[in-house]
Design a protein around this ligand. Structure first.
Ligand code: KG4
Ligand code: ZN
Length: 346
């Protein structure tokens, strides 16, 4: 079965085709990032994002079909990101997916964006086995989940305010870096000395698995507002901020493994690309005889491959379109509401 995946939830247009035959493999994926479009505004402008998805999606689909030497007629199903995300942006992918599916008479599956992220490490050459703990760290979410299988997600803890990626982006702005801030802050931090500034580790000892990052951003604001602040110290402050976020993420992830008695950690979402986070997590789990799995680098941020893959797994778990075609999106959609027909029967 060949499943087309379409991702348009935020500022990346992504399409991919996943083939479930043999061991399953990705036949191709194409991506267009809107970074340049939004850069001048310092953040994502929803209306511009929607319009750009409309412009890019047909071109990307043409490119994908050319690269894979396939046509729409070769597809067996279509999966699209139905939420969470920007409503206008989601509608673009949803309408294209539903129309193509209706024209071809094939199943169309609305996919949860975070489920896509969470399952994306299973696309790597050495995939993790269920059950595992997932640390989801994106621009909109910071969550620890116990994952027993596809559609079986229990929330262990989450951020009570800013998401980790959001904290990176907002702190980058305070340091005068452009959008998207996370990768730029991480790059600057590499040349800094984290010990030059002492920043708090919010909720490190809260006794639960929740996070808070907005106070850390305020702590950075306090430093850059001091009269003796010098721009040359930005790399040190970036490193100190990154170290604080990573310390808390790592401590809570390890606590989640202890609580659940599991040994495997899966890290997904844009912040999962952070090098320092990976080093610290790898070392911490290595010490405990555990292991961390990440998506392939190209699949860390938003992409169509993870949506095609999640759709394929949902099809395999018995999900079928029964209702008449309709454009379904859910801009707000808790991951824990997901089930699969298989999980319902269990
Ligand atoms: O998963 P993602 O692509 O989109 C959402 O679903 O939100 O994550 C984007 C987030 C942004 O906040 C971005 O700044 C952050 O991931 N990010 C990073 C890095 N690369 C991306 N944060 C820290 N270090 C990085 N290397
Ligand atoms: Zn994402």
């Amino acid at each position: 079965m060949k499943v087309l995946g379409i991702e348009t939830s935020c500022d990346e247009t992504g399409v991919a085709i996943y083939d479930t035959e043999a061991a399953g493999r990705l036949l191709g994926h194409c991506l267009h990032s809107q970074v340049e479009l939004h850069a001048g505004y310092g953040g994502v402008v929803p209306e511009l994002a929607s319009r750009d998805h409309i412009r890019r999606l047909p071109l990307l689909l043409e490119q994908l079909f050319a690269e894979t030497a396939l046509t729409v007629a070769d597809l067996d199903a279509i999966a699209y990101t139905a939420g969470p995300g920007l409503a206008g942006a989601l509608l673009v992918g949803a309408s294209v997916a539903e129309s193509l599916g209706m024209a071809r008479g094939i199943p169309v599956l609305p996919v949860h964006h975070l489920e896509g992220h969470l399952l994306s490490p299973l696309l790597s050459a050495d995939p993790p086995a269920f059950p595992f703990v997932a640390l989801l760290v994106s621009g909109g979410h910071t969550q620890l989940m116990r994952v027993r299988g596809v559609g079986d997600y229990a929330l262990l803890g989450e951020s009570v305010d800013d998401a980790a990626g959001e904290a990176f982006d907002k702190t980058a702005k305070l340091l005068g870096l452009g959008y998207p801030g996370g990768p730029q802050l991480a790059k600057l931090a590499e040349s800094g000395d984290a010990r030059r500034f002492r920043l708090p580790r919010p909720m490190l000892h809260s006794g639960d698995l929740d996070f808070s990052f907005s106070g850390l951003k305020t702590a950075v604001l306090n430093v850059v507002s001091r009269p003796d602040w010098r721009a040359e110290q930005a790399a040190d402050l970036a490193a100190a901020f990154q170290a604080a976020v990573v310390d808390v993420l790592c401590a809570k992830a390890v606590a989640a493994l202890k609580t659940t008695g599991l040994k495997t950690l899966v890290v997904a979402g844009g912040v999962g690309a952070n090098r320092h986070l990976r080093e610290v997590l790898d070392a911490a789990l290595g010490k405990r005889g555990g292991r961390v799995h990440y998506p392939e680098p190209a699949l860390c941020t938003d992409n169509g491959a993870m949506i095609a893959f999640a759709g394929a797994l949902r099809l395999a778990a018995g999900e079928r379109r029964t209702s008449p075609p309709s454009v379904r999106i859910r801009p707000r959609w808790p991951l824990t509401e997901l089930r699969t027909p298989q999980a319902e029967r269990a």
